[in-house]
Design a protein around this ligand. Sequence first.
Ligand SMILES: Cc1ncc(COP(=O)(O)O)c(C=O)c1O
Length: 373
Amino acid sequence: MKIAPFAVEEWMNQYETKASCNIAETCVDSVSLDELLALCGEPRQAFLDRLCARQLTYGDIVGAPGYLEGICGLYRTLGPEHLISTHGAAGANHLLFYSLIEPGDRVISVIPTYQQLYSIPASFGAQVSLLPLRAEDGWLPDLDALRRLADGGAKMICINNPNNPTGALMEDALLQQIVEIARSAGAYLLCDEVYRGLNQDGGTSASVADLYEKGISVSSMSKVFSMAGIRLGWIATRDAAARAVCLSHRDYSLISCGMLDEQIAALALANREKILDRNIALIRENLGILLHWAEQEDKFSLIPPKAGTTALIRYDLAPDSVSFCRGLLEQTGALVVPGDCFGQEKSFRIGYACDADQLKKGLSLLSAYARTL
Ligand SMILES: Cc1ncc(COP(=O)(O)O)c(C=O)c1O
């Protein structure tokens, strides 16, 4: 089966370990297990004793009850019977396309976004139509264009809210209009919601799984909860038939997720307010640093992100985005991701939810590098 190279992941794989100042990472500054236990006020030894005593079986096949209950707390209308535990959101997206998309199906995806949302369905033989998000629209979808693409039916519409790489946020009213378009097309609405809960105003946008009977929400512990190392994500949908097909395919590709990982995730979700307080404070402070830097710069500009951990920054300099980012890394050790990975030339993606001092250092390296061009 042929598939396009996953541009952003290939870039990160190649350069992540070579960077001395990584401002490309999309997780909110990851926590250690010790930090998690301290944040949650959980006695360390008792927690470790419980983990160590577990017999290492396959565990609960669909997901541990405490973990699934914790996920339900992130939705208005869902119970454990609407969820499937997966290996990260990456595993969730893959399982969905593997289960629901057949050759010839029409799939619509926004772009720029996480490349899984259009390259995987294309690899399964779907006819994929891209809906470009434009800076002049604040990186929000043009609904008339979406309606035109969905006219005549579609199997699935794929969106990403909040958006990676732009940090744009679709508010509830806009989501509701997209639901109506999906409903008239008879389409599933897959929303990659891995950054949901990280709004700069402290609020949380609606989930398509709550809004729409064929809505499918994908999320994970990686970004919002700073725990990519446990590789846990999920699919959430009230569409029982879609969930059943995913479960059937999942038996062939995954069986179950790590039982120790699910215990760690359950603890984090039971204490989600504490983790969210930490992480929202961090993204607010760091966005302030980023915007303050951008105000002083005449070669760089951005549309301020409303949510998530990333921003797409345009630059007014000669090199194309791959040369720009390679040169930055070679000359300064700072890592960002070329806009080329998202079909957005003359720009790069920054991940600003890292440690604040690292962000400041990376931004000053960017300024110094720009002066050499
Ligand atoms: C929009 C989006 N979806 C999915 C993923 C994969 O995340 P996970 O670590 O949960 O597999 C990422 C990671 O960067 C992402 O940005």
